[in-house]
Write a new protein. Structure first.
Length: 531
C-alpha cells in the first residue's frame, strides 16, 4: 500500500495549535474528572458502608485484567439538572470478559439511588442498541430505585421510555444475545423486569432485592407488613420464587459467578496482533487541529497519524477531491475511510456513493471522518443537480449492509452531517473530538439568515427596522448557536456516544472495528423463558 508523506513541519502554526489545544484537552479532562466518582461523598460513604462496591469498581472487577473498556457517553446529562446526575447515574461501555466483548450497563446507586431520568434511559437503551447491532452479550449490574419519580412524565409512557429496556432484552434474548443480570441492590417496580427478563440472574445476599412494589407500597395497598428481605431478597428469589438463579455472598462473589457464565458462552474470533504503528506520532494531532476556527490541514495529514504504517490506498484521488476515500488497516483490521477535505460538490458525492458501494461489495466496514460545512450552494451547483447527487450518497449509506461508524473531528453542519453518517444514519458508533461543533448551520450564517428574513418581512410591510434590533437578533442567535453547537451540549443529550481525546482515536477505532466484526446471528425464535 502507498505510504502517506506528511508535509507539515513543526512550524509556528503547529506550535500555536498545540498550545491552544492543550487548554481544550485540559478542559475535557477536568469535565470528565467531575463525573468519574459518581454521586456526592455522603452518598458514596453510605453506599460503601453497606459493604457494596462502587459501580466503577464493579466493572473493573468484572473485566479481564489490563483489558480496554470503551466507556460510552460519560458526560451524559452534564450541565443539566444542576449537575445532580453525573453520567446520568449509569455507566455503560464495552469490555472484555474471558476475551469476549460484552456490553455492560451498571446503575450508579450513589446518584439519586440509581434512578432513571430521560438521559439515563436514553443511555441504557443506546447501550442495548449497540449490543444488538454488534451481537454483544449484555451484563446488567442492577442497583436502582427505578424511575426518578418527579420526572415520570418524561420517562414512563412513551415508546422509547423505561418499558423499552425490557422489550429490548426480550428481543435480544430471542436473537441469542445473552442477557445476564447481577442484582446488587434495589430493583423495584418496572426495574424488577431487568433480572426477571434475563437469561441468567445472580442476586447478592441481604443486599439485592427484587419486587414489583416495595414494603411501604405493599402496606398501603394490602395492609401486609413485610421486610424488604422477606418480600424479595436473595434467599426468596433463589429458593422460593425462582426469579433469580444464583445466590452470591457479596459483590465480589456475584461478579465471579458472572465471569463464569460469560466463560461458558460460545467463543468469538480474535483480532490480529501483528501490525505496524503509524509512521508519524499520534500526538501530532494536537498541532494539526486548527485553533481559532481556522481551516483544517489536508485530511491525509490526519489519516497518516491513524493508519498502520501510515499507509492509505487512495481511491479516485484526482476526482471529487473534497472527499478523500480509500482503504487502510488500523491495528491490522481493514477499513474503508471517507474523510472530508472541504465542501461537498456533486463530484465528491458521486465518488462517495461509488466508494460506499465498493465497501459493500468487498464487505469492508467504513470509517467516516466528519468535518463538513455542507454541500456547495449556488445557482451553478443547483443547476448541475447537486441535490440529486447528494441524495445518491445518502441513499447508498442508508442502505449499506456493511457496518460504518463516525468520528466528528471538526464541524458537522447541514446536509453534510447526513451524507457523512450523522446520528440519523445509524452509524454503529459516533464519537466527537473536543474541538468539534455540531448545528444545522454555523452561528454567523444562522444569524444572517434570520436577519435577512426580518428585513424582507419589514420591506413587504413597508416598515423600517432599526439597526439596534437587528444587532440584538444577531447577538442572541450567535450566543445560542455557540452554546448549542458545543460537543458538550451534544454529549449531554446523547446525540453521540461520547467525546474522545484525539490521541486515543486510533485505539478507539481499532476497538470499534473488533466489536463490529461480531457477526449477526440468525433469529432463533423465542428468548429464554424464566421458569
Ligand atoms: N424517585 C426520586 N428520587 C428517588 C427515588 C425515586 N424513585 N428513589 C430514591 N430517590 C432519591 C432520594 O430522594 C434521595 O435523594 P437525595 O439524595 O436528594 O436525598 C436519593 O435518591 C437516595 O435515596 P435514599 O433512600 O436516601 O437511598 P438508599 O440507598 O437508602 O435507598 C432506594 C435507595 C432506591 C432503595 C430507595 O430510595 C427506594 O426504595 N426508593 C423508591 C423506589 C421505588 O419505589 N421506585 C418506584 C419507581 S418505578
Amino acid at each position: 500500500m502507498f505510504q502517506l508523506e506528511s508535509k507539515i513541519t513543526n512550524n509556528e502554526d503547529f506550535q500555536y495549535n498545540q498550545e491552544k489545544n492543550q487548554y481544550l484537552i485540559e478542559d475535557y479532562w477536568n469535565k470528565l474528572n467531575t463525573v468519574i466518582n459518581g454521586g456526592d461523598p455522603k452518598a458514596i460513604k453510605k453506599h460503601t458502608e453497606r459493604g457494596k462496591l462502587l459501580a466503577r469498581q464493579r466493572i473493573e472487577l468484572l473485566l479481564d485484567k489490563n483489558s480496554p473498556f470503551l466507556e460510552l457517553s460519560q458526560l451524559a446529562a452534564n450541565g443539566q439538572y444542576k449537575d445532580a446526575f453525573p453520567s446520568a447515574g449509569i455507566l455503560t461501555g464495552i469490555g472484555k470478559v474471558h476475551g469476549k466483548d460484552v456490553m455492560i450497563v451498571a446503575n450508579d446507586a450513589t446518584v439519586k439511588g440509581g434512578t432513571y431520568i430521560a438521559e439515563t434511559i436514553k443511555k441504557h437503551i443506546r447501550a442495548q442498541e449497540i449490543a444488538e447491532q454488534n451481537y454483544l452479550p449484555c451484563i446488567y449490574m442492577v442497583d436502582s430505585g427505578g424511575i426518578f419519580l418527579p420526572e415520570q412524565a418524561k420517562v414512563f409512557a412513551d415508546k422509547n421510555d423505561f418499558g423499552r429496556i425490557f422489550f429490548n432484552q426480550s428481543r435480544m434474548s430471542a436473537k441469542g444475545i445473552s442477557q445476564i443480570s447481577i442484582v446488587m441492590g434495589s430493583c423495584t417496580a418496572g426495574g424488577a423486569y431487568v433480572p426477571a427478563m434475563s437469561d441468567e440472574t445472580i442476586i447478592v445476599k441481604e443486599q439485592g432485592t427484587i419486587f414489583l412494589a416495595g414494603p411501604p407500597l405493599v402496606k398501603a395497598a394490602t395492609g401486609e407488613e413485610v421486610s424488604a428481605e422477606e418480600l424479595g431478597g436473595g434467599f426468596v428469589h433463589t429458593h422460593i420464587s425462582g426469579v433469580a438463579d444464583h445466590l452470591a455472598d457479596n459483590d465480589t462473589h456475584a461478579i465471579h459467578i458472572c465471569r463464569n457464565i460469560i466463560e461458558s458462552l460460545p467463543e468469538k474470533k480474535r483480532a490480529e496482533n501483528n501490525f505496524l504503528a503509524p509512521k508519524y506520532p499520534i500526538d501530532d494531532l494536537y498541532g494539526l487541529i486548527p485553533a481559532d476556527g481556522k481551516p483544517f490541514p489536508d485530511i491525509r495529514e490526519i489519516i497518516a497519524r491513524l493508519t498502520d504504517n501510515s499507509e492509505f490506498h487512495e481511491f479516485k484521488k484526482e476526482y471529487g477531491s473534497t472527499l478523500v476515500t480509500g482503504f487502510a488497516k488500523i491495528q491490522g483490521q481493514k477499513v474503508g475511510i471517507l474523510a472530508n477535505n472541504g465542501i461537498l460538490f456533486s463530484e465528491s458525492a458521486l465518488k462517495g456513493t461509488h466508494f460506499i458501494q465498493l465497501c459493500n461489495e468487498r464487505n469492508i466496514p467504513m470509517l467516516f471522518l466528519q468535518n463538513i460545512t455542507g454541500f456547495m450552494v449556488g445557482k451553478e451547483y443547483e443547476h448541475k443537480g447537486i441535490a440529486k447527487d447528494g441524495a445518491k450518497m445518502v441513499n447508498a449509506l442508508a442502505n449499506s449492509k456493511v457496518p460504518y461508524f463516525t468520528i466528528i473531528i471538526g464541524g458537522s453542519y447541514g446536509a453534510g452531517n447526513y451524507a457523512m453518517a450523522g446520528r440519523a444514519y445509524e452509524p454503529r458508533f459516533l464519537f466527537m473530538w473536543p474541538n468539534a461543533r455540531i448545528s444545522v448551520m454555523g452561528a454567523k450564517q444562522a444569524a444572517e439568515v434570520l436577519i435577512t428574513i426580518k428585513k424582507d418581512q419589514a420591506k413587504a410591510l413597508n416598515q423600517d427596522i432599526n439597526a439596534e434590533e437587528l444587532e440584538s437578533i444577531r447577538d442572541q442567535i450567535v450566543k445560542k448557536y455557540e452554546e448549542e453547537g458545543s460537543p458538550y451540549y451534544s454529549t449531554s443529550r446523547l446525540w453521540d456516544d461520547g467525546i474522545i481525546d484525539p490521541v486515543s482515536t486510533r485505539d478507539v477505532v481499532a476497538r470499534v472495528l473488533q466489536i463490529i466484526s461480531n457477526a449477526n446471528k440468525e433469529n432463533i425464535g423465542y428468548g429464554v423463558f424464566r421458569m
